[in-house]
Design a protein. Structure first.
Lengths: 1002, 351
């Protein structure tokens, strides 16, 4: 499917949407039904609605319907209000964006209109620092070279300026002509890929010959970007409104469900089944009793001929009586504590990174408990374990290794001498370093040159070259580049850029020397992507050795090469390249194919080695997290030897006697299969020994394994605590996460770059490091932190506390609901199994949503062990990982506890308040106070540390119970008028309370 | 290269040191920073007390509870034993053995019945006279809700009988006051007490809660259409006395929570000596026979704990004893098999 955009053509009517942005979920009219519909999609809400509706039938309701409708409406209103408020804010910001004035060209003249009236095909003018209102194809800028700078932070979170260029056919058009420009743009239908725009433009005469010019993402200005450092720019609207790249990529990500939530859901289901069983049993028992006994009770006056539905009345009454088994407050309580956990992460000073001024942030507020249950951590290497602060350290040029002694090639006298002597190899090497990249030099007014690079490696290379007197001075748009070398100015014309992709693992650039007119291909890339391209006969052994040597030092190596091209060869190839670049389908693949045609028989110039230091505290963090039983997998795009070296440095693997590294390698399927088999065998044999085993696999073998030998690999994954996967692509990273997830492990993926986004989104918990590679990973992640070492605190402190707290809160919520429910059930045995409620409506409602919900919320402040103790004994995390605090058996414990407490409270109450004291209101109040006393003490007993807030909540709530009930006791119309006063005057009431609470000690 | 790595770490240490002066500079000129604001709450560092359940504390707690509970138990038990209580079940002896139900439902039979009791101990006035009914479900859902509190309270609410089914209105749709099953089934046995042959007044004033008389039952509401239906439930009411003075009704309408209950019939405001003969002439009108319930007459004095009830005393003594023995047991364990507190070698992963 394609879209044809006719530029500036009023006569051509298109039916594409206008530029009205709408982020709102609701309109004024559909808010209520839509919001209710959304809320009622949850099982719990449906359940509560059913209960509330049943309560409207006064024949069966044991209590006032208000006791369920009240909380239900409050809960719904709270959620709805929150939604409405969010939506209203979205509406306001949409409105602002929609009503912003923009300049467009209409009938050959500029006109001021509202942003929402932009139509596809309009030419839009933007001035400096203005926001781009819709997706535009650039046609003109104020800069003579046809470039402009944009900030794309709102789109991808990256804060560096990006250069956008106008398509070649539009170069040289002046402002006058731009008003009259006519043509057609052929582009794909709207999609959400912000890195791709495979389109063509063809201008109509008289502007240019009927030539098709390819467009890429570099020719676009996308909605929400800001124009910077450029006076003005103009472009043709191609996507508008919600069809822009930004609009399409909007959307709510799939909500992640924690293991705990899943368990709570399961337990809720179990309680529901239990409730149904109780209803069936008691309902039938009630019907039997009614027919055998109650008919003899003349004072009950049952009719002899009843309608058929009477048989349902008693079971339904029990259903309503038991409906409180599932606590209505649990969802609200959980939401509250979860958002508090997230806030505590945001607020935590200790995981604030001073260096980059980044605090930790929990973007996903619902999954903190999962942090405490992590079993596998899959980590990226560059930028995650290391600092991603690249420094050029060593190099090997034409067989000579520089920087070996001092560890810094820039200070190596030999190299400096070679540069001074104009050694041709060295000069070539440095020229490639300076030119073969996508770095933008920016000249400040004072004359100093700084570089804007998207890749840290390139930045390091260009800076090193400039230190060695080969200075990249300027680079203009898509062609000219200028290099200063020893006060000599050398002009180059950049003809083509063969971009880097993670599949190709190399990039090249075609330049022509402006003086000599010679054309060169400059390439750089991973050694295995470049070295095989060496011309026949070149001795590459020294380079291979150098690569090995550097890799063992943990340095990142890049291989540089070049080749002179003949004009014919270039022209021939250039045509193909252009063709591939204008392809609308499979462009990336086609371009790669064409690039390969040029990149061969290279003259290998040398190897550069770049150091990427380990981040502070990485080895200790890994050590502690491994002690706590978390398994680490390192997934990196780097080569095997570098990866292993880094892994050794950061305690991920141990060297020989203590640990053993098993390699899975091979080029063909058979080799890989055999290798895998062998490793698996070794793993199985040694799994009982206390030896630290780890396996290493590279991307190539992994591809074969994941498609062919998934089962064997899964077994290996289960057996192995540590793994290093090198040379892996982003999709392989995600696949590995998926594999571990399929084995029922809780996975955490941590990374910093765009290549980690997929694995971060795939994992149960995604952690992004807001690093130098931009914020892409951090924005996609559930948690973003500044440094790897903060992971320790995130997991051991925040994760663990969250898990413990939620485990208590959720089980307690069920316990207290079950307690009151069991008392009701027990009471039904002494009230003729007719479904009489012992408690009045107000008490029941207040018990669930107030008396027992408030104190337990302070569990967010509870700390069972101090942070220090946990960090010293990280093994304690095992309790969370294995889910020992919330599982069916602990839940059964709470269930039994509630049954036991209910029996005790009930028996004590009916015996202490027997005979002349067995008045309904009084007895119900005694049972309720007994439960409240128990609650206060159970919460006190279960919490480990008490701040004043906890004291306040527990005992303040306790006091509030008495104050509230005393107040109600003064209302003459209330059922419990004077009851509380009477009780408080009786010594036997207090004695009964005291004996009730001692029960919990047994 | 290990040396190299070391160097790097050292270097890093230095660079961190240098950051402090920088930071101070930042403080002097207000620079925006994303650093979270420090407070004890946000850092989860609020001062907290952490009570640890050490063996010492547990032993002390149990001993304390035991020491507290045993005296309370003894006091309660003593109070309960001070109460003199006479219970005389009369439902079986007051009717012919065959066809009890027929006898009780026949309005023409003479239902007078005399019972005699001997008082075992001196009873100090006031002596409460209760009727005890067993097997009567005043808490049955159909029964307990069959009343209209508004009607009992407000004159204008006489017609509010919708909750009172099936005793709401008469056949010709006139509202019954007081309506509902509870009022309809009002207890109607009467007792005449003689002590040693002397008629003794049973005071039936102030047997209901004062709050009920004042606020729940209207002073200007008189019974109407009551017990006029085909089926007579229990007692009839004097239509010239307002509901607030119908104390038997008020007592009855304080429904009992349990199927066995006592309700106050009246008080004897005269002491009764030991071995005195108490003769009670009972009008045995109330039907507990059709559902197999029982009736009894109770004479009882009261103490601070209320009527005779050994339960609390026994419960306290049991729990107190249990706590004391647990404290002893723990103490022995603590002496014999002592364990270092907070010894990490006891952790499961260190063993």
């Amino acid at each position: 499917m394609k879209r044809f955009v006719y530029i500036n053509d009023e006569s051509y009517q298109n039916d594409y949407c206008d530029n009205q942005i709408s982020n709102t979920k609701y309109t004024l009219w559909n808010f209520l039904p839509k919001n209710l519909w959304e809320q009622f999609r949850r099982f719990m809400n449906q359940y509560f609605l059913l209960i509330a509706c049943l309560q409207l039938w006064s024949l069966i309701t044991p209590v006032n319907p208000a006791s369920t409708w009240g909380p239900l409406i409050v809960i719904f209103a709270v959620s709805a209000t929150k939604e409405a408020w969010d939506d209203y804010n979205r509406y306001i910001s949409d409105k602002q964006a929609n009503e912003k004035k923009v300049w467009i060209v209409k009938n050959g003249a500029r006109k001021h209109i509202q942003a929402q009236d932009i139509r596809v095909g309009n030419i839009v003018w933007i001035r400096e620092n203005e926001e781009v209102p819709c997706d535009l194809v650039l046609t003109g800028t104020s800069e003579p070279q046809g470039i402009c700078h944009v900030e794309t932070a709102a789109l991808d979170g990256e804060i560096d300026l990006k250069t956008r260029v106008i398509p070649t056919t539009c170069i040289g058009l002046d402002s006058e002509q731009l008003h009259k420009i006519k043509g057609v743009i052929e582009c794909p239908i709207p999609d959400k890929d912000i890195r791709r725009f495979d389109a063509n433009i063809r201008l109509f005469p008289p502007f240019i010959d009927n030539d098709i010019c390819p467009l890429t993402i570099n020719n676009t200005l996308l909605q929400s970007c800001y124009l910077r450092n450029t006076e003005w720019a103009c472009g043709v609207a191609v996507y508008t409104g919600n069809e822009t790249k930004l609009g399409m990529s909007r959307g709510v990500p799939e909500p992640k469900l924690t293991a705990m939530d899943a368990m709570i859901d399961k337990l809720t289901g179990a309680i529901f089944l239990f409730q149904l069983a109780v209803v069936v049993v008691l309902g039938s028992a009630g019907n039997v009793w009614k027919d055998t006994e109650a008919r003899k009770q003349w004072y009950v006056k049952y009719d002899d001929d009843e309608p058929w539905y009477q048989i349902l009345v008693i079971p339904l009454r029990f259903e309503l009586l038991c409906s409180i088994m599932i606590p209505i407050s649990i969802k609200v309580s959980l939401d509250f504590v979860k958002s508090m956990y997230a806030k505590f992460i945001d607020w935590d000073e200790e995981i604030y990174d001073q260096e980059t001024d980044t605090p930790a942030h929990a973007a996903n507020t619902a999954i903190s408990e999962d942090l405490g249950q992590v079993e596998y951590i899959l980590t990226d290497k560059t930028g995650t374990l290391t600092e991603n602060k690249m420094i050029f350290r060593r190099c090997c040029i034409a067989g000579t290794l520089y920087g070996n002694e001092s560890g810094d090639a820039l200070k190596d006298i030999e190299l400096l001498n070679a540069v001074a002597d104009n050694s041709p190899h060295v000069i070539k090497f440095l020229t490639v370093m300076a030119l073969c990249n996508t770095v933008i030099p920016i000249k400040s007014p004072s004359g100093t040159i700084s570089y804007k690079a998207q890749s840290q490696d390139e930045d390091a290379l260009v800076n090193a070259a400039s230190n060695l007197h080969v200075v990249l001075v300027s680079k203009n748009g898509n062609n000219a580049a200028e290099i200063h070398f020893n006060r000599r100015v050398i002009q180059y014309e950049i003809l083509d850029i063969l971009e880097f992709t993670s599949d190709r693992k190399r990039m090249s650039i075609v330049i022509s020397d402006s003086q000599s007119g010679k054309i060169f291909l400059l390439s750089k890339g991973a050694d295995e992507a470049i070295l095989p391209l060496a011309y026949c006969g070149q001795q590459i052994k020294t380079f291979v050795d150098a690569v090995d040597k550097y890799a063992q030092l943990g340095l990142r190596t890049l291989c540089l090469g070049w080749r002179e091209l003949s004009l014919e060869e270039y022209l021939e190839w250039s045509r193909l390249f252009k063709e591939a670049n204008s392809a609308l389908v499979d462009r990336e693949w086609k371009v790669a194919e064409v690039c390969q045609k040029l990149e061969h028989t290279l003259d290998i110039l040398g190897i550069s080695a770049i150091e990427d230091r380990l981040q502070d505290g990485v080895p200790e963090t890994i050590e502690i997290l491994r002690q706590s039983g978390i398994n680490f997998w390192m997934l990196t795009g780097d080569k095997q030897s570098t990866a292993i070296q880094i892994a050794l440095l950061c305690n991920l693997i141990s060297s020989e006697p203590k640990g053993q590294l098993l390699y899975i390698n091979g080029k063909t399927e058979d080799e890989v299969a055999r290798s895998l088999e062998r490793v698996l065998l070794t793993m199985r044999i040694t799994s009982s020994e206390p030896k630290e085993l780890a396996f290493v696999v590279d991307g190539w073998a992994l591809e074969i394994i994941l498609t062919r030998y998934k089962e064997a690999f899964t077994e290996l994954a289960v057996l192995s605590k540590t793994a290093i996967c090198c040379r892996v692509t982003p999709s392989q990273k995600a696949q590995l996460v998926k594999l571990l997830k399929s084995c029922d492990y809780r996975t955490l993926a941590i990374g910093d770059g765009g290549n980690d986004v997929r694995m971060i989104q795939q994992a149960h918990i995604g952690v992004g490091i807001s690093g130098r590679e931009g914020l892409q990973a951090a924005r996609a992640a559930d948690y973003s932190i500044g440094k790897f070492r903060f992971l320790k605190r995130l997991i051991l402190v925040h994760g663990r506390y969250s898990y413990n707290r939620t485990a208590f809160l959720s089980q307690y919520s069920f316990y207290k609901s079950l307690l009151i429910c069991f008392i009701q059930i027990l009471f039904s045995f002494v009230s003729g199994i007719a479904g009489t409620s012992l408690f009045n409506s107000v008490s029941l409602m207040a018990y669930n949503v107030f008396y027992t919900s408030i104190p337990v919320l302070t569990t967010v402040l509870d700390k069972d062990l101090s942070e220090k103790t946990v960090t010293q004994n990280p093994e304690i995390l095992l309790y969370c990982q294995a889910g020992r605090l919330l599982n069916p058996s602990t839940f059964a414990g709470w269930f039994g506890r509630s049954l036991y407490h209910a029996i005790v409270v009930f028996l004590i109450t009916i015996h202490a308040y027997a005979n002349e004291k067995s008045e309904m209101e009084e007895l119900s109040m005694v049972a309720l106070s007994g439960s409240i006393w128990l609650q206060a003490f159970v919460v006190t007993l279960e919490m480990s540390s008490f701040t004043f807030l906890q004291f306040l909540a527990i005992w303040g709530n306790f006091a509030a119970f008495y104050v509230i009930n005393l107040c109600i006791s003064t209302i003459p119309t209330a059922g419990m008028y004077t009851i509380m006063f009477r009780l408080c005057r009786q010594p036997s009431y207090w004695i009964t309370m005291l004996v009730s609470i001692t029960i919990m000690f047994f | 290269f290990i040396f190299d790595f070391f160097n790097a770490r050292l270097h890093f240490g230095c660079s961190r040191m240098q950051m402090y002066p920088l930071e101070m500079e930042g403080n002097s000129n207000p620079k925006t920073t994303n650093k979270p604001k420090y407070s004890k709450f946000t850092q989860q560092e609020l001062p907290a007390c952490k009570p640890l359940l050490t063996p010492e504390i547990v032993i002390a707690a149990f001993a304390l509870i035991g020491a507290l509970f045993v005296p309370i138990g003894l006091a309660s038990l003593h109070a309960s034993r001070q109460v003199v209580e006479l219970v005389h079940r009369y439902d079986a002896s007051c009717v012919p053995v065959d066809d009890k139900v027929g006898f009780i439902q026949n309005s023409r039979t003479d239902k007078t019945c005399t019972v005699t009791m001997t008082v075992p101990k001196y009873m100090k006035s006031p002596i409460h006279v209760y009727y005890l009914i067993d097997g009567f479900y005043q808490n049955h859902r159909r029964y307990v809700r069959s009343r209209s509190d508004k009607q009992l309270r407000y004159k204008s609410a006489a017609h509010l009988t919708s909750d009172c089914v099936p005793e709401g209105d008469t056949a010709d749709h006139a509202p019954i006051v007081p309506c509902g099953l509870v009022a309809w089934s009002l207890f109607n046995d009467t007792y005449t007490v003689r002590v040693n042959g002397v008629v003794t007044q049973v005071n039936k004033k102030d047997i209901a809660w004062k709050s009920d008389k004042n606020n729940k039952f209207g002073k200007n509401i008189y019974p109407s259409n009551f017990q006029k239906g085909r089926l007579i439930g229990g007692a009839t009411l004097n239509e010239s006395i307002p509901l607030s003075e119908q104390e038997d009704l008020i007592v009855w309408m304080r429904t009992a929570a349990l199927p066995t209950f006592r309700k106050l019939y009246g008080r004897i405001e005269k002491d009764i000596n030991a071995n005195d003969n108490v003769t009670v002439v009972i009008q045995n009108n109330y039907n507990t026979y059709s559902f197999g319930g029982s009736k009894a007459l109770v004479l009882s004095t009261a103490s601070w704990i209320g009527g005779k009830n050994n339960f609390i005393g026994i419960a306290y003594l049991t729990i107190g004893g249990l706590c004391l023995s647990l404290a002893m047991g723990f103490l022995v364990l603590y002496m014999v098999k002592r364990r270092n507190f907070g010894d990490p070698s006891n952790l499961s992963w260190n063993r």
